[in-house]
Write a protein that binds this ligand. Structure first.
Ligand code: ATP
Ligand code: MG
Length: 399
């Protein structure tokens, strides 16, 4: 290890609570980190004692860019930039004085905390805090100690091979490593909700694929580009995403031709579900995800959901089900999908919308309405004509 050189320490949150299969979660997290950091230079990624150490290997390693990437990797609870030194108090005092100069000069109050993972270190934690506090007060006489509300917390960690010094740590993305929970297929529209739904499930460790339905000429190329841009944006948190695009025009036209208008939307959603399951099976996804939330529109009532769930043989995850629109918008802004979602392009859901959709549809009535036409051949055709492309982390957004 090159002492003095800055490194990143990542602490995991929920994984630390895992029992026997903890190492599986750790391995997936390490793999995700390595894959992500490859874009920003050569780094070594190692783990010890519930902490991941990220060190640049050569001059290609951009630590600022690495930190930006690390903030978006699920499974990490906290991150800090640290420096390492030998495990003796003189080295620790010298390093803390030197490497935290900027931070300490711009603060008025501080405190020191110490974590002694290596119990063989001769000083106990309170002693390290006292002694180092005194050294820093000497070096920076404008400072005062405030143990309750300090502006800066100087942390010393005494670990296996080295001591580490850092100032503030920042919050990580939380959740569980993407991939640790299997894979699910997100029904991705161009709206505000579904990207947030995908983000939420990825945060719980689910690897996301996305499916989108287009109805040209009723929907434009721009509408599809917008959804692809959303997909590209989502890779920053979700990792690479396989994107399936389903030609949906004929199905919508046949619904219009054969079914009562009040059931257009609910039948359309049932056909979307049917197609999604078939793609899910091909793509080895074990659940579907939608951006629905109770009460938002006519098809998002409990009765509406009963009618769409009735055609699904795999679970339909609806992470936004109990959220207000304002809360969803807040999330969309945080993950930076809001501005793309609010671009004004038509979604196929707004094609042939009934003037008076049934708000509380009965399943038997919907089934009877749908049975007036055999949609199976067109469903099979739509699945066969579905195209796929993969959006990769770091790819360019085209709009
Ligand atoms: P969103 O903001 O996600 O578009 P919404 O409030 O507009 O949601 P709906 O249009 O009723 O709600 O759609 C509900 C859900 O159905 C969406 O969250 C999404 O998961 C799915 N969905 C709707 N339209 C499409 C589409 N064209 N392609 C794929 N999925 C879609
Ligand atoms: Mg929508």
């Amino acid at each position: 290890m090159n002492e003095k050189k800055e490194l990143i320490l990542a602490k995991y949150g929920e994984i630390a609570l895992k029992g026997l299969n903890r190492s599986t979660f750790e391995d997936i997290l390490m793999k995700n980190i390595r894959r992500r950091l490859r874009m920003v230079g050569k780094f070594s990624v190692t783990k010890a004692q519930s902490t991941i150490y990220i060190e640049g290997k050569d001059e290609t390693a951009d630590i600022d860019a690495a930190m930006e990437q690390m903030k978006r990797i699920f499974g990490i609870a906290a991150l800090c930039r640290a420096r390492a030194c030998e495990k003796n108090f003189e080295a620790i005092a010298a390093l803390a004085t030197e490497c935290l100069e900027d931070t300490l000069l711009s603060a008025r109050t501080f405190k020191v905390t110490a974590k002694r993972a290596d119990k063989a270190f001769p000083m106990k934690s309170p002693e390290i805090c006292m002694e180092l506090g005194a050294v820093l007060l000497d070096a920076y006489p404008h400072l005062e100690v405030d143990v309750h509300n300090p502006e800066v917390v100087v942390t010393v960690e005494i670990r296996d091979t080295h001591a580490y010094i850092h100032g503030e740590s920042i919050k990580g993305a939380g959740g569980l490593p993407v991939g640790s929970g299997g894979k699910a297929l997100l029904l991705l529209s161009g709206g505000i909700d579904s990207p947030v739904a995908g983000y939420r499930m990825a945060r719980r460790g689910i690897h996301i694929s996305a499916i989108h339905y287009v109805s040209p000429p009723y929907t434009s190329d721009r509408a599809q580009l917008k959804v692809e841009a959303l997909c590209q944006k989502m890779t920053a948190y979700c990792g690479n995403i396989a994107f399936f695009c389903v030609p949906f025009t004929e199905l919508q036209e046949e619904i219009k031709r054969h079914c009562p208008e009040e059931y257009f939307t609910i039948i359309m959603r049932r056909l979307m579900m049917e197609i999604a399951q078939r793609i899910a099976e091909q793509d080895k996804c074990s659940a579907l995800i939608t951006g629905e939330s109770i009460g938002q529109v006519a098809s998002q009532t409990m009765e509406g959901i009963t009618c769409t769930d009735a055609v699904s043989r795999i679970p339909v995850l609806r992470p936004l089900i109990g959220l207000d629109k304002t809360e969803i918008i807040e999330s969309a802004r945080e993950i930076d999908t809001f501005d793309i979602s609010t671009l004004p392009y038509e979604d196929c859901c707004t094609v042939f919308t009934p003037r008076h959709p049934r708000v509380r549809p009965r399943l038997a009535d919907v089934e009877a309405a749908q049975n007036q036409f055999d949609f199976t051949p067109l469903i099979e055709k739509a699945v066969a004509e579905t195209t796929m492309k993969v959006f990769k982390v770091g790819g360019e957004i085209v709009l």
